[in-house]
Design a protein around this ligand. Structure first.
Ligand code: ATP
Ligand code: HMH
Length: 265
């Protein structure tokens, strides 16, 4: 039987733990066929990002059109978009191929080691071009600070930030709390009416490379299967928790989260 399809519009991680590699293995783990529009090639390992080169914006647009026109896209997500030009091309192309495709925008600005994955003017383009088209945006706390100026340190400031982000026009906002202090990891999901707090244990591991990408692509896979946003996010939270719990060391730096448990569960 033909499985649902999910499109990732994102960069390649040569280390295999983040970017399109994380997205494709997460789609596979959900029984969803992954489609790819590659935006950039990063030179990256467990120690960080050594550099990247972007794909021409018209080639990014052509990849989206090629798969959407022939195979169909049940849900899409964006990760590393690299430049404002690529962001504008992605927004325009998504409008052309079907504005009603559920879209998860993970506003990737930097790797977890702090290396920029976005040229300087591009975060503003994500905010103005993609957020209004998004079903859900999934910023981490660094991205929240860059986008709103709010430093999230408490449940109250997490909620304040979520409301400020909603004003940029996405249907739903998920403020991820992976970088907050404490023995639990609390993510906050809201559409302005519903406010849903998703809390889980914080696992004691350094190996969280690809965690944000894996969570956003798990949510996208559930949306591709027809789940509602709250159900897709709740399932994504369970999925990423297990992937963090089973993460493994690889290289001298930060190892990746792992979806391999689905093969033996
Ligand atoms: N140590 C941990 N234990 C359990 N869950 C975690 C841990 N770290 C992060 N998470 C969860 O993983 C998901 C991703 O969160 P996080 O805030 O780390 O995203 P991110 O910063 O975008 O990821 P990345 O590390 O890939 O940049 C969230 O649901 C968060 O609660
Ligand atoms: C290609 C790529 N996309 C996203 C991230 C963020 O995890 C990364 N490190 N590399």
């Amino acid at each position: 039987m033909t499985p649902p399809t999910a499109l990732t519009i994102a960069g390649s991680d040569s280390g295999g733990g983040a970017g399109i590699q994380a997205d494709l293995r997460t789609f596979f783990a959900h029984g969803v066929h992954g489609l790819v529009a590659l935006t950039a090639v990063t030179v990256q390992n467990s120690l960080g990002v050594q550099g990247f080169t972007e794909i021409p914006a018209d080639v990014v647009a052509a990849q989206i059109k090629a798969v959407a026109s022939d195979m169909g896209v049940d849900a899409a997500k964006t990760g590393m978009l690299a430049t404002a030009e690529i962001i504008r091309a992605v927004a325009k192309t998504l409008d052309e191929v079907g504005g009603d495709i559920p879209l998860v925008v993970d506003p990737v600005a930097a790797s977890m080691t702090g290396h920029a994955l976005l040229r300087e003017d591009a975060l503003e383009a994500i905010r103005t071009e993609l957020f209004p088209r998004a079903t859900l945006i999934t910023p981490n706390l660094d991205e929240v600070r860059l986008l709103t100026g709010i430093s999230v340190t408490s449940p109250a400031s997490q909620r304040e930030a979520a409301e400020a982000l909603l004003a940029f026009g996405s249907r739903w906002v998920l403020v991820k709390g992976g970088h907050m202090e404490g023995s639990t990891c609390v993510d906050l999901l809201t559409d302005g009416d519903a406010v849903i707090s998703l809390s889980g244990p914080r696992y004691d591991t350094e190996n969280t490379h690809g965690g944000g990408d894996t969570m956003a692509s798990a949510i996208t896979a559930s949306l591709a299967k027809g789940a509602s946003v709250p159900d897709a996010v709740a399932a994504g939270k369970k999925f990423i928790e297990r992937c963090v719990a089973e993460s493994y060391p690889l290289g001298a730096g930060v190892g990746p989260v792992s979806p391999f448990w689905v093969l033996t569960d």
